[in-house]
Design a protein around this ligand. Structure first.
Ligand code: SF4
Ligand code: SF4
Length: 282
């Protein structure tokens, strides 16, 4: 994202709009400026403000005149008065910032916008997490912090070394150069994005070891990390497997989302035919 210095009148309206705090008014040149290293190309500044397209020379003159008479001429707070934002055509590897941060952009690898994954919300029909298994979503960067790929890689390599399986229909897995090692492309490691989700699954017996690894790595990574776990319920819709284990390990948790098993399964594989528990819980 760029701000056209020929159009910007330094009103400062865009500064609080940026979720990464990447926009500041440079008082030396009297223009708003974007810190390109912090900008995640989310498009919030471009789309989130009305663009009035007033003449910049006229606006600057009126603002100067107003200051002389000790009153202020300020645009409405949700408006860029001169339409100064310019969305760049991005190239790899910077392009990945927009793909992971702009909710209107679809991931090529999964066809899903935003973070690019349905997680276990479609487990009724997708059967990602089976009976006796735990699915994990490890979310980085929200709210309002962002994450760099080298931080994600610190987690994925630690998880890989403990032998977990990465969910194939996930954009982070798709980017990996080696899913056994959990490594990401070298040129991506410095890129910053708004947020991302790593998805793995293990047997129930590995729950404690995985959560312990996530906790250890999260102490070394300077961003926000949130973990969700899910499992298949029994035939009565009860979670008699995961909840007792979490309690035993000393975690407090909320049963947050329940798949009701109402999805029509159109892709049942032979090996899944006996695996039709009605619900899963996260
Ligand atoms: S809202 Fe527009 S004119 Fe005002 S500081 Fe930001 S870019 Fe410049
Ligand atoms: S694109 Fe997003 S991160 Fe970049 S300056 Fe605009 S609001 Fe901030």
């Amino acid at each position: 994202m760029q701000i056209d210095p020929g159009k910007c009148v330094a009103c400062g309206n865009c500064v609080p709009v940026c979720p990464m705090g990447a926009i500041y008014v440079d008082t030396g040149i009297q223009r708003a400026t974007i810190d390109g290293d912090e900008c995640v190309e989310c498009g919030t500044c471009f789309r989130g403000m009305s663009q009035e397209r007033l003449n910049p020379t006229m606006v600057r003159a009126v603002r100067r005149l107003a200051r002389m008479f000790r009153f202020r001429f300020e645009p409405e707070p949700d408006v860029c008065p001169t339409g100064a934002f310019v969305m760049d055509d991005l190239e790899w590897p910077r392009l990945v910032r927009r793909v992971f941060s702009d909710p209107l952009v679809e991931h090529d690898s999964t066809g899903i916008a935003g973070r690019g994954t349905e997680e276990v919300k479609t487990n009724d029909v997708a059967h990602r997490v089976g009976v006796g298994e735990v699915g994990y979503v490890i979310e980085f960067g929200r709210p309002g912090t962002g994450v760099r790929f080298h931080q994600i890689q610190a987690m994925t390599t630690a998880l890989a070394s403990s032998g977990v399986t990465f969910e194939p229909k996930n954009p982070i897995t798709h980017l990996m150069t080696d899913t056994d090692a959990g490594t990401l492309p070298e040129e991506l490691l410095g890129e910053k994005i708004l947020s991302a989700i790593v998805e793995i699954k293990t047997d129930l017996s590995e729950l404690g070891a995985v959560l312990s690894t996530v906790m250890d790595v999260s102490r070394r990574i300077d961003t926000v990390i949130a973990v969700g776990v899910s499992t298949r319920c029994d035939d009565h819709g009860e979670d008699t497997f995961l909840a007792p284990l979490l309690e035993e390990l000393g975690y407090t948790f909320e049963r947050a989302k329940t798949n009701m098993g109402l999805g029509r399964v159109t892709n049942v594989r032979k090996e899944d035919a006996g695996d039709q528990h009605p619900a899963s819980v996260r």
